[in-house]
Design a protein around this ligand. Structure first.
Ligand code: SAM
Ligand code: DTB
Ligand code: SF4
Length: 349
């Protein structure tokens, strides 16, 4: 029996099946596969669900920057980070819509708005619902990441038309206390449940390169894959090391281990969009190409993430052209499977 037989059944009926019963040891074994075998499995499963020449573009905008009371060790926006980042108030509707128009003109199909909040106040929800309505009016998909949500807040965002809510696990439940102490892993799961119950699509992933072990990466991926419904979008971020954050100087992950994480995410969440997220500014074309071969089918596009740089649009366009890849709102989905456990479980899948 070879390594493949031990980790995934060869049967064409089960390879790439949507499963919610992954074990830690199965997923750790995927991480340890010979690299060519891992990439083959990931690309095979990717092709069952997506045209591999397509990539979806999302653009980020920080609608409220800095001064965050949380202590996330990676984040330049934490008030505990010793950075000279200027804290700002919530942007007004016109400023946000002007950025959204630019994003649409540049080929983005989803506009993601992020706020450096622990959790929004109810009066913030009034304001951000206005942003959702405005951005949707431009014909863009909308995504927000605002911190923890209560069930009524999630329902109000959903009613305003918000398509996706981003709330990351960030890391494994085991490693989590070394990264964040001001909110628990369970708080995150609760918010994700509130988002689901309100009928929104879930965008949930994490960060690689914070000093976590392979077992931690596997545990984070198991937690994502064993949710009752897979997140529709799974952002895999490479830590952007920002001077003055607690994680400045942490040992860097080997680039091929980052690719492995993308590949394993693709294998265990076959129909989800896997986004090659933060960290592309420091990646070579070759590394990004490997990430696409491993099953990434989405990126953040635009010269800025929230507060840190991202490749310029023309640089990305040249990369996609060199790779013979083109953009597509669905990341090339061929509609053979959906991330959901139960069809029709929420409204805007
Ligand atoms: N404040 C909200 C929250 O934390 O839920 C929303 C914004 S927060 C910046 C969104 C996500 O960005 C984090 O959960 C984390 O995964 C990612 N992120 C933040 N700083 C990062 C960094 N330096 N490198 C990679 N990803 C980062
Ligand atoms: C996600 O997983 N990555 C994005 C988005 N969701 C909100 C944020 C990346 C932030 C990188 C650091 C910064 O630019 O501040
Ligand atoms: Fe605040 Fe979000 Fe940054 Fe944590 S990740 S410090 S909650 S902005």
């Amino acid at each position: 029996m070879n390594a493949l037989d031990r980790t995934l059944p060869h049967s064409s009926t089960t390879l790439g099946a949507i499963r919610h019963d992954w074990t830690q040891s199965e997923v750790e074994a995927l991480f340890l596969l010979p690299f060519p075998e891992l990439i083959f499995q990931a690309q095979t499963i990717h092709r069952q669900n997506f045209d591999p020449s397509k990539v979806q573009l999302s653009t980020l905008l920080s609608i409220k920057t800095g001064g965050c009371p949380e202590d996330c060790a990676y984040c330049p926006q934490s008030s505990e980070a010793e950075t000279d980042l200027k804290a700002s108030k919530l942007l007004d509707v016109e400023t946000v819509l002007a950025e959204a128009r630019k994003a649409k003109e540049s080929g983005a199909t989803r506009f993601c708005m992020g706020a450096a909040w622990r959790a929004p106040k109810d009066r913030d929800i009034d304001k951000v619902c206005e942003l959702v309505e405005g951005v949707k009016g431009l014909g863009l998909e909308t995504c927000m990441t605002l911190g923890m949500l209560t069930p009524p807040q999630a329902q109000r965002l959903s009613a305003s038309g918000l398509d996706y809510y981003n709330h990351n696990l960030d890391t494994s439940p085991e490693f989590y206390p070394q990264i964040i102490t001001t909110r628990t892993f369970q708080d995150r799961l609760d918010t994700l449940e509130n988002v689901r119950q309100a009928g929104m699509n879930v965008c949930c992933g994490g960060i690689v390169g914070m000093g976590e072990s392979v077992a931690d990466r596997a545990s984070m991926v198991v937690t994502l894959a064993n949710m009752p419904t897979h997140p529709e979008s799974v952002p895999i971020n490479l830590l952007v090391q920002v001077a003055g954050t607690k994680l400045e100087g942490v040992a860097r992950v080997h680039p091929l281990d980052f690719v492995r994480t993308i590949a394993v995410a693709r294998i265990v969440m076959p129909a989800s969009m896997v986004r090659l997220s933060a960290g592309r500014e420091d990646m070579t074309d070759e590394l990004q190409a490997l990430c696409f071969v491993a099953g990434a089918n989405s990126v953040f596009s635009g010269a800025q993430l929230l507060t840190t740089p991202n490749p310029e649009q023309d640089v990305d366009a040249a990369l996609f052209s060199r790779l013979g890849m083109s953009t597509d709102a669905k990341g090339g989905s061929i509609g053979t499977a959906v991330p959901h456990a139960k069809a029709g479980s929420h409204h805007n899948a």
